[in-house]
Design a protein around this ligand. Structure first.
Ligand SMILES: *Cc1c(COP(=O)(O)O)cnc(C)c1O
Length: 351
């Protein structure tokens, strides 16, 4: 039976990507070897790495002022690695606290800069994105979590500031258009909207590096990885390959612009049902609703079991809300088809 995978991450990948990945796992391009058995210094893998980088550059219009890196340690490592590399201990850096992941980023980065929390929606259990806050003009960087995977809010309008953004875009990169030049650094764990778990994407403006004024361990220094094209040590070969396949898929579907339109259509369909079906309600402020992760409740929690069992029968998986929020969460990353959202809506209608 066809599954409709609404999991928050590791998340859905296109069917064609999984097929190609499966073939490469057994026998890469008829070489008689699995890609997993091949040297990361081989011509084949060098080509994969180069192609993946050039796809990131093409899909997001990334200029040569920026380095594109494929690293390990997940987005969680970038919470401190970004700060360690980018910020001098005297730099005033603003952090917007919009959810679990922002709070974790703040906890790590406070040791490496003069960190100010610009605003926080924690007291409202992160059900909205703060708006009325000032960004002091001497602030060099503003850290944002562009999409709050757990609570289902998203930054729709980037704040107006001369400061450069440092952004955790783990759950919405490649889902919408961006002006890369507003950013000093972007990081994302791959397992939501980029590829499989095991690799993180980092896009960093090169001229901002080398000013931190502190010792940085070799493996944690972006400059190490820039100098060696993400192959200073053994990179995560297979996750990078699957990332390449997924980026090729995005390109074949019309790129980020087409993804944005497709994602908006999916989100509209589900939010319309949440708003029109008297049994359901959304959990966050309407204007901040995420296009990627839709959080909602059954007004009568006694119906939860029935809903989950109907979902299961329909092949819908990964719909249970994060333990800190409860209710339900439908994650609808790029690879999700509108037909899967239709399926979910039909189950909601049948309640
Ligand atoms: C999932 C997620 C993370 C954590 O990613 P890891 O790769 O597991 O460290 C960080 N930030 C956001 C926004 C996420 O969605």
């Amino acid at each position: 039976m066809k599954k409709h995978n609404f999991s928050a991450g590791p998340a859905i990948l296109p069917e064609s990507v999984k097929k190609k990945a499966a073939a490469a796992a057994l026998n890469y391009r008829n070489k008689g070897l699995s890609l997993m058995e091949m040297s990361h210094r081989s011509d084949d893998f060098t080509k994969i790495l180069e192609t993946t980088e050039s796809l990131v550059r093409e899909l997001l219009s990334v200029s040569d002022d920026y380095a594109v890196l494929f690293l390990t340690g997940g987005a969680s490592t970038q919470f401190f690695m970004s700060a360690l590399n980018m910020f001098n201990s005297k730099d005033q850096v603003g952090y917007l606290d919009t959810g679990t992941w922002s709070a974790k980023a703040i906890k790590e980065a406070q040791h490496y800069c003069d960190l100010k929390v610009l605003a926080s929606s924690k007291e409202k259990n992160y059900t909205s994105v703060p708006r009325d806050y000032k960004i002091p003009s001497r602030m060099k960087y503003v850290h944002l979590t562009s999409n709050n995977t757990v609570f289902g809010t998203q930054i729709k309008k980037w704040p107006k500031t001369k400061a450069l953004f440092v952004a955790d875009m783990s759950s919405d990169i490649f889902s919408r258009k961006l002006n890369i030049n507003d950013f000093g650094l972007i990081y994302a764990g791959a397992q939501k909207n980029v590829g499989p778990a095991g690799v993180s994407l980092v896009i960093v403006k090169k001229k901002l590096l080398g000013r931190a004024g502190r010792h940085i361990p070799t493996m944690l220094d972006y400059r190490t990885h820039i100098a060696k094209g993400s192959a200073f040590n053994t990179p995560p070969v297979f996750p990078i390959y699957v990332t390449m396949l997924n980026l090729l898929w995005i390109k074949s579907k019309g790129g980020v612009k087409a993804m944005e339109a497709r994602n908006k259509a999916k989100a509209k369909m589900l939010y319309d049902e949440i708003d029109n079906n008297p049994l359901f309600q959304g959990t966050v402020a309407k204007r901040d609703r995420s296009v990627m992760n839709v959080t909602f409740l059954l007004k009568d929690a006694k119906l939860d079991k029935k809903f989950l069992s109907k979902c299961k029968k329909a092949g819908i998986v990964g719909i249970k809300g994060h333990r800190s929020v409860g209710g339900f969460r439908a994650s609808m990353y790029n690879a999700m088809e509108l037909s899967s959202v239709k399926k979910l809506v039909s189950v909601m209608k049948s309640m």
